[in-house]
Write a protein that binds this ligand. Structure first.
Ligand SMILES: C[S@@+](CC[C@H](N)C(=O)[O-])C[C@H]1O[C@@H](n2cnc3c(N)ncnc32)[C@H](O)[C@@H]1O
Length: 243
């Protein structure tokens, strides 16, 4: 498990028992460091100890690729109802932000990452988030190890964030519990179209694709309006259900 150290306008995610070494000094985080405490580096700089929360995973996990953004994760949880006790199959793990969030929600997650080096980083990230018991990071190509999953199925939800997601959607009826959902993140509309086609072909229901757009509001002395900094597009989320 780890804590956030916040001070001097900076934030660091540090595991209990680890040492933070920066230009502000050296600070060993005690095994029992708890939120609300203040710790000091050997140069006297103070850091507040703060508990880790979901958005901190996105900010502070070591990254191996583009992690899913909190707004997309929010939609996945909202549309599939992932809750404590659910069994989730997640492909691919990547940085593990989605898997870490789901572990924190209380779901039991099996997640596949085809690259061994990425899977190693994801395991370390799960330990930092304190969800290493809830999130089983497996190394391997999920489409080639489907046989292994027979022992783990049925899952309540499949979360897919890979280029070959539509292939896995084809196996959703064998992997999902009755009433379970599949949620697919696609960076391009062409891939979501493929996912929708496969979902229809295998008889899934309640199929919908949503574009994630989030507009931040700017408030200043002149008035209030959506930020002109960008359209806030992330990607496409396709949901389907086995009923
Ligand atoms: C965009 S990242 C996933 C990010 C992740 N959802 C997160 O929140 O951090 C996609 C990952 O899937 C892995 N991947 C792609 N196809 C896969 C497959 N068939 N089986 C397992 N992993 C796969 C890639 O190596 C990559 O690390």
């Amino acid at each position: 498990m780890s804590v956030l150290l916040v001070g001097e306008g900076r934030e660091y995610l540090v595991a209990h028992g680890e040492t933070l070494e920066t230009d502000l000094g050296v600070l060993e985080v005690p095994e029992d460091a708890a939120p609300g405490e203040t710790l000091e580096t050997h140069l006297g700089t103070e850091f507040d100890v703060r508990a880790l929360r979901g958005p901190d995973l996105f900010e502070h996990f070591e990254r191996t690729g583009a992690p899913m953004m909190p707004r997309d994760i929010g939609l996945i949880v909202g549309h599939t109802g992932i809750a404590a006790g659910d069994r989730v199959l997640d492909v691919g793990t990547g940085t593990g932000v989605l898997a870490g969030y789901l572990g924190r929600v209380g779901a039991s997650v099996v997640t596949y990452e085809q690259r061994e080096d990425f899977a190693d980083v994801a395991r370390e990230n799960m330990a930092l988030a304190g969800v290493e018991d809830a999130v089983d990071v497996r190394t391997g190509d999920a489409t080639e190890t489907l046989g292994e999953l027979d022992d783990d199925a049925p899952f309540d939800v499949l979360t897919l964030d890979t280029a070959d997601a539509s292939e896995l959607v084809g196996h959703a009826p064998d992997l999902l519990a009755d009433g379970g959902f599949v949620a697919v993140y696609s960076p391009f509309v062409e891939s979501s179209k493929e996912v929708v086609k496969t979902a229809r072909d295998v008889g899934l229901s309640e199929i919908e694709t949503l574009e994630t757009i989030q507009r931040e509001m700017d408030f200043d002395d002149r008035g209030s309006r959506p930020s002109t900094a960008g359209v806030g597009h992330t990607g496409y989320l396709t949901f389907a259900r086995l009923v």
